[in-house]
Design a protein around this ligand. Sequence first.
Ligand code: F42
Length: 144
Amino acid sequence: MVIEGEYVPSPRKGARDQVSEIERTGTTDSVDIMGMPVVLLTMVGAKTGAIRKVPLMRVEHDGLYAAVASLGGAPEHPQWYWNLRSLPELDLQDGTVVTRRRARELEGEERAAWWERCVATFPPYASYESKTERLIPVFVLEPV
Ligand code: F42
């Protein structure tokens, strides 16, 4: 799959500004949340076909990455969750390195093992979990 099309910036200012800063500097190292590192996902909008750029926390393990659809513990999934469900290929930028990945949603023990890593990496995920009745979706981003 080719990830191309019109880039439509996020209506969320915080995310939009971080994407601009990553693009200006060429590296995700130029941004953080509470001192913790961020990665950038570039994906295709499931309904619009537009390019969507989504900064997320950097959760890495053995060369694999998690994408945590936490949305701060909101009652609904972020919209990018639905993009990855229908079009799972994406580009992942970590630092200056961009790799093509496929997102696979985790279940059961595999999700539980990754969830521990997610909370160890970014402790606020634990409070998001207790704020929402959703089971927060976790994808693993595997090389294509
Ligand atoms: N969000 C998380 O959920 N988890 C994180 O770990 C996380 C970390 C993070 C770190 C830095 C940072 O700056 C932001 C961070 N965020 C994190 C916020 C994240 O970047 C997103 O802004 C947030 O998750 C909301 O995602 P969203 O997809 O719901 O964004 C909305 C506001 C949005 O931008 N919507 C767009 C719009 O125009 O309304 C596009 C929506 C979209 O992709 N639509 C699809 C399409 O076809 O274009 C259709 C989707 C469908 O329903 O099928």
